[in-house]
Design a protein around this ligand. Structure first.
Ligand code: GLU
Length: 486
């Protein structure tokens, strides 16, 4: 185990979407590539906007993607996650210490008073107004008088003068003038810490070594660094990832209807493909290889190699990567991944017997690598599973109603009923020699048979399909088609 400790700190105020998943993945890879730890900390102190449903969804989706975390209280199985709402007692002593040491102070100004002082300025000044530090220098007597009057207070951090600079692991050197920052509120009237304070205390308590997050947090970082130092610690390494854009050129965000991981799952994407594609939104393998498993990514990943340039999410590329992963799965594995979709659609019920599974695997093998997503399996109509066949009227008029089609079909019926073996190869030989005998191309002979057996003009390979359906069903369907065409 190395000393690297990283964390994902999502707020359960929405589903897990692509941006947070990228943050999760890069943190996870940083931990896994160096034998460090990955912590999941749910920032659920915004009780109004946090819900259990979002929390459950985040946990389910991270697990489904294979982004497991290493530690946490035993709230759900052995590994957490940490919930900020359950760490209520942790923060007050730190805040109190800052007050004792003069790095923070009690502020009794009411929101109305603040607004009055702000709006007394010219429009431009009001816009840039920062807290005027009225309470920063209250005498003890003044403070006691306010306390006696029952005035509630917040706690503000006293932003020091000078500059705050740090070397971001992705962005390089960054510097901020401290005087652009307000003396920010670090504890509310009810004593609960605000975001910046809670994050600093949690990261400190959890011994986080690298804070890897979106660049939307970049202006929080100098404030957090000041708080780390005020608490007597050196801050961790910060790494701010460039923005992620949608194809409309706008930043992808959960507030703008970005698709959640749960939705991708329902659309039939594989977790392997999602993490693979997301990894490439800001990082590339030196080998140029684009199809990489989590293990391979963890082997090659380096935080310092992340791009500073923003990336654009390309849904077509995700489909392509998904199709590559579909092809890589073995037939039994692919069958396993398709089963939930087939069950949802009522095409498979209950547990499969070993014969049924074998049969389904043959079907999946027959569909071969034509599946781009798991749900594409539904495009194959499952005429194999259905007890009957529905004839497409266009297919009937274009093929079965053609002169000579009935005759070919009747001839093929005999070939099929006489075939000693109903295997793919034996059927192919028998049907081809029949076509030759009749002086027609194999394609021409097969087409009426295809419509007879599948109801459509397009299907997977005919010989395999026939073999899969078995003699009994094939003959019944040919008979039904002969009725139709006569
Ligand atoms: N809870 C914050 C968010 O969801 C993350 C904070 C952080 O990574 O420091 O944006």
């Amino acid at each position: 185990m190395s000393d690297v400790r990283v964390r994902l700190a999502p707020s359960p105020t929405g589903y897990l979407h692509l941006g947070v998943t990228r943050t999760a993945l890069y943190n996870w890879l940083t931990a896994r590539s160096g034998g460090g730890s990955f912590i999941l900390r749910i920032e659920d102190t915004d009780r109004e906007r946090s819900t259990d449903e979002f929390l459950e969804a985040i946990i389910t989706d991270l697990r489904w993607l294979g982004l497991d975390w290493d530690e946490g209280p035993e709230v759900e199985g052995p590994h957490g996650p940490y919930l900020q709402s359950q760490r209520g007692g942790t923060y007050a002593p730190f805040v109190e210490r800052l007050v004792q040491e003069g790095a923070a102070y009690r502020c009794y100004c009411t929101p109305e008073e603040l607004e009055e002082r702000r709006s007394a300025r010219s429009a431009d000044e009001a816009e840039a107004w920062k807290y005027d530090r009225k309470c920063a220098s209250l005498s003890r007597d003044e403070r006691e008088a306010l306390e006696r009057a029952g005035r509630p207070h917040v706690i503000r951090f006293r932003v020091p003068g000078g500059k705050t600079s740090f070397v971001d692991a992705i962005q390089g050197p960054v510097e901020f003038e401290n005087d652009q920052f307000d003396d920010l509120v670090i504890a509310r009237r009810d004593g609960t810490p605000t975001y910046n304070m809670a994050v600093v205390i949690d990261d400190m308590e959890m011994r986080v070594t690298h804070v890897i997050r979106g660049s939307d947090h970049l202006t929080n970082t100098p404030r957090q660094i000041m708080m780390w130092r005020a608490l007597g610690h050196e801050p961790p390494v910060f790494a701010h990832m460039p923005l992620l854009f949608g194809q409309d050129g706008k930043v992808l965000s959960k507030r703008r209807g970005a698709v959640s991981i749960g939705e991708y799952r329902r659309m039939g994407y594989l977790p392997e493909a999602i993490v693979n594609y997301i990894a490439l939104l800001g990082w590339a393998s030196e080998s140029g290889e684009e199809i990489l498993s989590l293990e391979q990514l963890a082997d090659e990943f380096e935080l310092s190699k992340l791009s500073r340039k923003p990336s654009t999410f390309d849904p077509d590329k995700l489909v392509w990567i998904n199709a590559q992963w579909m092809k890589r799965l073995s037939v039994p594995e692919r069958t396993e991944r398709l089963l939930p979709v087939l069950r949802d659609e009522g095409l498979v019920a209950g547990e499969l017997t070993s014969e049924e599974r074998e049969w389904l695997e043959r079907v999946v093998d027959l569909i071969d690598d034509r599946l781009k997503t798991v749900r594409d399996v539904l495009d194959f109509d499952w005429f194999f599973l259905a007890s009957g066949v529905t004839y497409d009227s266009m297919a009937v008029s274009k093929v079965l109603d053609k002169p000579g089609a009935g005759e070919i079909l009747a001839g093929l019926r005999k070939v099929l009923s006489d075939a000693p073996d109903f295997t793919t190869d034996a059927l192919e030989t028998a049907i081809r020699s029949y076509a030759e005998e009749k002086g027609v191309s194999a394609g021409k002979a097969i087409q009426p048979l295809r419509v007879a057996v599948t109801g459509k003009t397009a299907s997977p390979g005919m010989f395999e399909t026939l073999s899969l359906l078995g003699r009994h069903r094939v003959l019944a369907r040919v008979d039904a088609a002969l009725e139709l065409s006569s």
